[in-house]
Design a protein around this ligand. Sequence first.
Ligand code: ATP
Ligand code: MG
Length: 546
Amino acid sequence: MADLEFSNFIHNIIDKDLAEGRNNGEVYTRFPPEPNGYLHIGHAKSICLNFSTARKYNGKCNLRFDDTNPVKEDTEYVESIEEDVKWLGFSWDELRFASEYFDTMYECAVKLIKAGKAYVCDLSADEIREYRGTLTQPGKESPYRNRSVEENLDLFERMKNGEFPDGAKILRAKIDMSSPNINMRDPAIYRIAHANHHKTGDKWCVYPMYDFAHPLEDAIEGITHSICTLEFEDHRPLYDWVIRETGWENPPRQIEFARLNLTHTLMSKRYLKALVDNGDVTGWDDPRMPTIAGIRRRGYTPAAVRDFCERIGVAKANSTVDFELLEHCVREDLKDRTVSKMVVLDPIKVTVKNYPEGQTEYVEVENSKKPEDGSRTVPFSRNLYVDRSDFMENPMKGYFRLFPGNEVRFKGAYFLTCEEVIKDENGNAVELICTYDPETKCGGAFSGRKVKGTIHWVDADSAIPVTVNAYESLMTEDENGNQVLNPNSLTVFHGFAEPSLAELPEDERCQFFRHGYYIKDSKASKPDEAVYTRIVDLKSSWKPKK
Ligand code: ATP
Ligand code: MG
């Protein structure tokens, strides 16, 4: 895998740190997901950034599970996250769990209490909110703020021993209730939660809060550069406070960057979980989901995702990226390494009336535009299918495909002319009667006349039936600009494919000629029904910016 080029402000900061001899010249990063859901494409940006930054500086990068919130976390998520990081092509130096540090974190909290920097508070959550003040008004000190060190030590220990119910008490850092930064107004650092933890079981009933745990996790692991998203910028003073007050040499440096937002894409595990729980999608790996598991099943490649992350770059200002850029990267990756098959998605019957009944011949079709990919033979007979969209009874101007009286090339085979349209009782075309010109066989010497259209087709007798799922974006915007489920996110086609499609290896992506890129959905396929997923169509509405 080529190194990703992230020339960005983060690397400038690291270069400066290295020049100044900070952290003994080391670069150590981490990717710290909370195992409360499956990773999404936004996480891919953070993964690429953290792992490729470590690689660029010959440093290290950990995969660390930030598992300090037992109620929402689960081993299923841990396993999926490991799989996703590997799939993206990265390997971690160490696999860590924040829960491994619960003892150390507890000791750090005791240390703060002993130094008079933390206290046990009995205010309810509502009261705490009320006391906190606002952006324009200072907060009010808790009546419990001046408890003695002894009393705090005793109460904190009893919190740990399970003497109090959830929410009855919390441990708060004693900082400054009138700080302009609300995060510094005596933030909670430990809470009571009588909950079973997927790693530590029932050992603990007090758990550290994110703002206390995260800096300690970084410090314990010797992380030098703790890269996180912009919403934590206001938390940085607290991050630095925790590190300073609990006494660490070589303090880690927190650096914030703008999170990835994609057009019509939900980007939060919480919302994605709601879609799964509601049954709006078939699961976390539904091919419409922006999860890594979803885009993997959709047929996107790790190389395309990495290319995407490199192109969007890393900035300090929030913005929204067009989903089409991701699709563009997928096409770019697939275009030179897929063979092409003829598949009719929405079939209409074609009868070649002057072709002998019962006869089949094999015509040669090249596998791709690259000669080295070779060719295959495809059966041709009197009974064929073409795509309904390749026929128009009353063609509009510039339509060069099938219409009554028009002649087109059937890819790899002959020129055919549409002579007659057979309709059902509702007036819908159900069969096209055509004639072929035997002189015009593809690859032959015929040069008598030219046709403007080439269309794909399959032989009706040998074609294999395929179910094809064509996906659109899962979310769309309503008239008020709110994200809502797109009712048209899935169109199912029951089509026919040339026989050689069945010979492709199960997980090989291919082009359906003139349609797009497809992959077999082995999870949805059954022995008697092959299901294919449209990875991305051929056309791109997205154009590179000049
Ligand atoms: P979510 O709301 O989806 O749960 P999160 O930020 O709470 O997201 P974490 O599991 O805590 O998820 O995230 C792990 C890392 O991934 C964090 O460093 C976080 O900043 C980063 N990350 C999460 N979402 C994005 C995004 N959209 N773009 C870039 N980085 C992201
Ligand atoms: Mg989260």
